[in-house]
Design a protein around this ligand. Structure first.
Ligand SMILES: C[S@@+](CC[C@H](N)C(=O)[O-])C[C@H]1O[C@@H](n2cnc3c(N)ncnc32)[C@H](O)[C@@H]1O
Length: 253
């Protein structure tokens, strides 16, 4: 029989409630999201995102869909890197679409100065992407897949919207393999992150969910297998910061 409950952090809730609960979390933190990211990770999330962009290797003329793109951190980095290549080698500008289920996150990221014409935003669900088949050269999702109700359905959508030869990248929090690092990381996460959330964003509960949802996310090998099951080839991953975060990738061949 199909299981009709799902994890929401350490709580088990009806499957149909998860999307709304996740939406509420990000509605609540949208205005302080970028500040909190820097505070919680001591700015290290920037390094993980830069390493992700290096692996994506953006090229002039390419189209990126950044799913669960939130305030647009990764999409902007993609465009900047592609533009640097374009200036050196020529070609047309790259395009990036930020797709996020939460309009508050999208709105919080709008920046009249940083935003260019080749960056667009669309409100949409990772499980039902509003893009046609074989559309994008690259697809990324950073710290988003953990929040999606049916991750396998989302991965299949990622495969669908990529062009043949297209590449997919998932950056997600993970489980450090070293026992001592895991202990320190757990202690920091459970004792400090909800407190920082309370202090800076006035919301400890959302950050408690963040910490718990990381622990419920599949381990690196298990998640890699899910990517393979969705049709991707050459699937692999690389741990960052001892496995606090992991970058997964796969190709649509
Ligand atoms: C932790 S934030 C990550 C934002 C951004 N990618 C970053 O790295 O800073 C997670 C984002 O996932 C979005 N999200 C959650 N569930 C989603 C879904 N089913 N489809 C699309 N976006 C979703 C949330 O609204 C939120 O903006």
């Amino acid at each position: 029989m199909k299981k009709n409950t799902i994890d929401f952090g350490y709580q088990e809730i009806p499957v149909e409630e998860k999307k709304e609960r996740v939406k509420n979390v990000f509605n609540s933190v949208a205005g302080k999201y970028d500040l909190m990211n820097d505070a919680m990770s001591f700015g290290v999330h920037r390094l993980w995102k830069n390493l992700t962009i290096t692996k994506i290797n953006p090229q002039p003329g390419e189209i990126l869909i950044d799913v669960a793109g939130g305030t647009g951190d990764l999409a902007r980095r993609f465009l900047k890197r592609a533009e640097a290549v374009r200036v050196r080698r020529g070609g047309s500008s790259a395009t990036a679409h930020i797709c996020d289920i939460n309009d508050q996150m999208l709105l919080a990221g709008i920046d009249q100065i940083k935003d260019k014409d080749n960056l667009s935003r669309v409100c949409g669900d990772a499980q039902k992407l509003p893009f046609s088949d074989n559309y994008a050269d690259a697809l990324s999702i950073a710290f988003g897949i953990r929040n999606v109700t049916d991750r396998q359905a989302a991965l299949k959508q990622f495969f669908r919207v990529l062009k043949p030869g297209g590449r997919m990248f998932v950056l997600e929090f993970s489980t450090p393999k070293d026992k001592n690092l895991r202990k320190i990381y757990d202690s920091y996460s459970f004792n400090f992150i909800p407190k920082i959330g309370n202090f800076l964003a006035g919301d400890a509960d959302s950050y408690q969910y963040l910490v718990e949802s990381i622990r419920k996310f599949p381990k690196q090998n298990e998640f890699s297998n899910m990517i393979v099951e969705s049709g991707f080839s050459n699937v692999s991953y690389r741990d960052f910061s001892g496995g606090i975060a992991t970058l997964y990738w796969g190709w649509k061949i």
